[in-house]
Design a protein around this ligand. Structure first.
Ligand code: ZN
Length: 469
């Protein structure tokens, strides 16, 4: 009897930008690429509760592209439901997961607790998706592997990480599946940027039969980095001139570090006034420390800075805000000041109390520097919402809202295409993942124009990895 054809099934980040998870079945083995949390609109968040299509205990291994919660945030569920490892990732990704997942569990517990207190859940009592204990159970399964070297993940299946420059530890994943014929699957993970500070550039993948490529910014190139820096400088100068706070909802991971780097450079070049910069997120503070400890991810300039001052980018006027009491005390700080706080799409975290306090003040600037998914407060602000619902209240938005997409950790359209140039010949089939449909559609057209076979992945569908007979 012929063995069933190897397949891949899209269990998330298909037609949307969160919930990344793709299940490879080959030769009786099962390997999961990413196991991310769905975030944003409620219909998406509800998908976190659906069952995995296989018994998690029967999954041979998980390979994780990077530590963002939309790529790792369902791991505690997988482990609670019986997955016993191993869980492969890069060394820096392990360090980040150890920081990020307990925080994700904390947010889940907080959300359930709030729902119970205010009685807005349909479930009584409202349960967290998972707990701290569930997140802690993931950690012993983490098995770090270096970039560039193939390693076995299951009998007949090898994997390899390559840098993608997206966040610390972020990698693309290649799977080589033995068989007649052998098949090579490449998964971009989240692609990052070229020629940016701190991290090394994305590395090309030379060959794949089947490619899963992200498409977050598939519909537009970013403005050139020099222009983005000028936008940042102008936003800070204008915000400082208005005399209010400049609030930056920023992902603890990646955006915060790049912002600190750029603000210091702009200040050194006297392109912005010297302002106090508060990093108001315990998570950001921990993550920032980790960036200094992984030379395998750092570019030459970052390595030099770490060698000179140990931390890489901490500016003279940067204050790290650890406790909740210190964070609340920032409400009394007047005058121009920069407050960088998580979460990046204003879906939770300390940024909420800053927004609730300062959005009604026309002197306030809100600076959005990352992707804002549909249904989030960040997206509402970006689209000019006159009020924003925070802690059950409608808060009027009188602040100036500025968006600098080019500071995104995601490749723009041109950078995705540049990464695709690294393939020596077109993959037999390319599936676009991790993009909202309009972005994926534009990228699909551009890739097809190169003569490639490409389409967007559909949620839940299973596609063959070998050519169909
Ligand atoms: Zn990411």
């Amino acid at each position: 009897m012929r063995a069933p054809q190897p397949t891949i099934q899209f269990l998330g980040a298909a037609g949307t930008v969160t919930g990344s998870a793709h299940l490879v079945r080959a030769g009786g083995r099962t390997v999961l690429l990413d196991c991310g949390l769905f975030q944003g609109q409620k219909d998406l968040r509800l998908r976190n509760w659906r069952d995995f299509p296989v018994d998690p205990a029967a999954i041979d291994a998980v390979v994780v592209s990077h530590a963002h919660v939309d790529h790792t945030g369902r791991l505690p569920l997988l482990v609670r439901q019986g997955f016993r490892g191993p869980l492969y990732c890069t060394a820096a990704t392990r360090g980040l997961i150890e920081i990020m997942l307990p925080d994700a569990a904390h947010l889940q517990e907080e959300e359930a607790e709030r729902a119970n207190r205010r009685g807005y859940s349909r479930h009584h009592p409202a349960l967290p998706l998972y707990t701290h204990a569930d997140a802690a159970a993931v950690m012993p399964l983490l098995a770090p592997r270096p970039y560039g070297t193939a390693f076995p993940v299951a009998p007949g299946i090898q994997a390899r990480f390559r840098r993608v420059g997206h966040i610390l530890g972020a990698a693309s994943i290649e799977l080589e599946i033995a068989g007649e014929p052998a098949v090579r699957v490449a998964f971009s993970g989240d692609l990052g940027r070229y020629d940016r500070p701190i991290l090394r550039d994305p590395e090309p993948v030379p060959a794949a039969d089947i490619l899963l490529c992200e498409s977050t910014y598939g519909d537009r190139p970013h403005t050139p980095p020099g222009d983005a820096e000028e936008d940042l400088a102008r936003t800070v100068r204008e915000g400082a001139a208005r005399g209010g706070a400049i609030l930056v909802p920023a992902f603890a991971l990646g955006r915060t570090q790049e912002l600190l780097w750029l603000l210091q450079e702009l200040e050194d070049a006297q392109r912005i006034p010297s302002l106090p910069v508060y990093v108001d997120s315990p998570l950001s503070i921990e993550v920032t420390g980790l960036y200094g400890r992984h030379p395998e991810d750092q570019d030459a300039e970052m390595q030099e800075r770490v060698r000179l001052n140990g931390s890489g980018w901490q500016g003279k006027r940067v204050r790290l805000v650890h406790s909740a009491a210190e964070s609340k005390a920032l409400n009394r700080v007047r005058g121009p000041v920069i407050i960088i706080s998580a979460s990046g799409m204003a879906t939770g975290g300390r940024i909420l109390h800053h927004l609730a306090q300062r959005l009604p003040d026309p002197r306030t600037t809100v600076l959005l520097v990352g992707f804002q998914a549909a249904g989030t407060r960040g997206r509402a602000l970006k689209e000019g919402a006159p009020t924003l619902r925070i802690f059950g209240e409608q808060v009027p938005v009188r602040a100036v809202v500025e968006c600098i997409d080019a500071l995104s950790a995601h490749a723009g359209q041109d950078e995705i295409l540049r990464w695709l140039d690294g393939f020596e010949r077109p993959p037999r089939a390319t599936y676009l993942v991790h993009g909202e449909p309009p972005a994926a559609a534009v990228l699909e057209g551009l890739i097809r124009a190169r003569g490639w076979t490409v389409r967007a992945a559909r949620d839940g569908e299973t596609v063959p990895l070998t050519a169909e007979a």
